[in-house]
Write a protein that binds this ligand. Sequence first.
Ligand SMILES: *[C@@H]1O[C@H](CO)[C@@H](O)[C@H](O)[C@H]1NC(C)=O
Ligand SMILES: CC(=O)N[C@H]1CO[C@H](CO)[C@@H](O)[C@@H]1O
Length: 346
Amino acid sequence: MGLVSKIIGAVVLQVISTCLSVMVLGSILLKWFKVGNAIFSSKPRPTPPTILEDPKWGSHGYITLKKQAIKIHYVEKGDRGNPLMLCLHGFPEFWFSWRYQLAEFSSKYWVVAVDMRGYGDSDKPSQCSAYEIEHLVEDIKQMVLELGKEKCILMAHDWGGAIAWRVVNSHPDLFEHHISFNGPHPGAYMEHAKSSFKQMCMSWYMIFFRTPWVPEFWISNNDFEFFGPVFRGEKNNTEAFPNEVIDAYKYNYSKKGALTPPINYYRSIDFNRNDKISRTTVPTLIIWGTDDMALGKPMAAYALKWCESAQLKYIEGASHWVQQEEPDKVNSLVWEYLNDAAIAAK
Ligand SMILES: *[C@@H]1O[C@H](CO)[C@@H](O)[C@H](O)[C@H]1NC(C)=O
Ligand SMILES: CC(=O)N[C@H]1CO[C@H](CO)[C@@H](O)[C@@H]1O
């Protein structure tokens, strides 16, 4: 792309993100009139909610990626001698989003759910450039090797999904299978976003998040109230996301400095990049909740076109947070897929 169009692109992005920030600040102002000064305070959270400490999800560990000089926190469950199942979460999440899969698949796999760099208890480099996609992809590659395995099954959601598509393409030899849960394929995302005004509107937050401090202020105001509606969605699904679950997210994100690094993932997106996307050769299962408010349904089918061997299973009516909202359906699809693959390999 020419320099002029790059500059125009950057200016347009800046203008849009400033407008969105003004609108968000306006909505906070309205809330301030309604609720009062309380919206600027949050309650102290000295101890983790019990659900976070529940041993049934597994035990905690750390691993240092030497080449990257990054310490990664993870929760693991299952025998280390079993095949590795590595789980990558999205935004605004952390390892906890995989609790049902940690409990379920540890019977046959060594399930490891990480806090990606910048999240939870993992290292949080302060400069924004540390969250550029190359580093995120390299982390996952290093992680498989540092965990002492030559191959793994990669499960990924949302931002984790975006990283997973890239890492299975760049290092196919490291992955036995790839399972994507509402995880945007970069090519499919662009194809859908370009043709759908609705998707462009759904992606507003990706542009808004580029602004400094306003997103952090927005997410934290009124005692991190953001986390309730974001997970429960329009249907107010308090069954899948009861208070204790929402409190777990609030607990982690209310720690000092916890919000900026995850938002820096968005700030580091280079919209001018025109990567050549290669075809996915690693066998892939795509599981897609059809009522995703951030990623439109057509994206799932577009992703299939980039794969040599892939299956797509929709979970009708499920939201973006598919593996937490419909753990039974999701887990049985994953078992079915892995068991079929094991039979086929014999
Ligand atoms: C969601 O449902 C809960 C429990 O039924 C209720 O207390 C709460 O007010 C509802 N929230 C919204 C935003 O509708
Ligand atoms: C940064 C932070 O608060 N991390 C916490 C997230 O939740 C886990 C429990 O799984 C705590 O151990 C961390 O301290």
